[in-house]
Design a binder for this molecule. Structure first.
Ligand SMILES: [Fe+2]
Ligand SMILES: [Fe+2]
Length: 349
């Protein structure tokens, strides 16, 4: 991945730090931490470009090579402290966003029913229906780009939770992730199938190729998953988030596939979405009953965090969806800047 462009003073400072070696960058980290300490303002962090790209970048150190960056920064204690401050503030914003009492439950089935009920009443506009019926070719390209920071590493953030679970919940997560990773067939890995969709659309497929285009609210959705995944105390949130992801996936993916076919995109572009219509109808059952359900049945104190993760999935999806649809129906790009014309020109006929 290439280092993203800075979006404000904090991301500029962290970018400079990462271009040094951990030994030489110490002063820069201290300066960045000071910048953060002074900036205690109550902004809307979910839409804050400088905040979200910085957290995304610090998380990226745990996932992949960043060109020009010394890998040892991943475990640099001073940089980890900066990440911790960002994560604390981000988690506070997320808890304010959802802020709901957990209804009483007793069994795994109760847990699944509460989650299915929330999925049925998912808030916000339907991006998938818009894509199915109305989206232009250019809007669908934008939407693929918006999805790419997560979908090109699909399943990875939730995988952090595997060693942090035990028993039936762990077995359930491994079963789901095995499908996400293609069951041993590289070409069936969901991230690879999404890569095929992007390539068919004439988009670049290297990770982060369009990162500078991606707005904060999209990054916030990815950052929430990584926040949950990297913090063992939030493993319940991983379970709830994944369950809600799966429960709100099957029908929307049917709509997305319909949209691509309406625009006469070649069949390989739709394979990723077709796959999710089938797979996630199964995954939602496993995730609701066996992963989230059994986790809470065996560890009742996990219930508030399971619900927190599930509600974050719903609310962040709502905010992102509102942004995309308001942009498109208002005749604007949903990205921070329009896609380069080269991306549009290569679109399949
Ligand atoms: Fe998937
Ligand atoms: Fe799935």
């Amino acid at each position: 991945m290439l280092l993203p462009s800075p979006r404000g003073p904090l991301s500029a400072a962290i970018r400079e730090v990462l271009l040094e070696s951990p030994g030489d960058g110490r002063d820069g980290v201290v300066a960045a931490a000071e910048l953060l300490r002074q900036d205690g303002s109550q902004r809307d962090l979910l839409h804050d470009e400088d905040f979200q790209i910085t957290l995304f970048l610090l998380h990226a150190l745990h996932y992949r090579r960043i060109a020009g960056v010394d890998d040892r920064w991943e475990w640099d204690p001073d940089l980890l402290r900066v990440r911790q401050v960002l994560e604390d503030r981000f988690e506070t914003s997320l808890r304010e966003l959802v802020d709901e009492e957990a209804p009483p439950i007793r069994t795994a089935e109760d847990v699944a029913q509460v989650l299915f009920e929330r999925a049925r009443n998912a808030p916000g506009p339907s991006v998938s229906r818009f894509v199915a019926r109305r989206a232009t070719q250019e809007q669908v390209l934008e939407w693929l780009v918006q999805k790419s920071p997560y979908q090109l590493m699909e399943a990875d953030p939730h995988t952090w939770a595997i060693p942090r679970l035990t028993g039936p919940a762990k077995a359930a997560l491994v079963e789901i992730q095995s499908d996400e990773y293609g069951g041993g067939i590289p070409g069936r890995m969901h991230a690879e199938m999404f890569r095929t969709t992007m390539a068919t659309a004439g988009l670049r497929t290297n990770y982060g190729a369009y990162l500078d285009h991606i707005p904060a609210i999209t990054l916030a959705g990815v950052n929430a998953m990584t926040l949950f995944g990297l913090n063992r105390r939030l493993r319940g949130a991983v379970a709830g988030h994944l369950a809600m992801f799966e429960m709100t996936s099957s029908q929307p993916n049917r709509n997305y596939a319909r949209g691509l076919r309406r625009l006469n995109w070649p069949e390989p572009a739709a394979a990723y979405f077709d796959e999710h219509v089938e797979a996630d109808a199964v995954h939602e059952q496993i995730a609701g009953r066996e992963l989230a359900g059994r986790l809470v049945e065996d560890h009742p104190d996990e219930w508030p965090n399971v619900l927190f993760g599930a509600d974050c999935a719903l609310q962040l999806d709502r905010l992102a969806g509102e942004h995309y649809l308001e942009s498109w129906t208002g005749g604007r790009t949903s990205l921070r800047k329009p896609l380069p014309s080269s991306a549009r020109d290569e679109v399949v006929a």
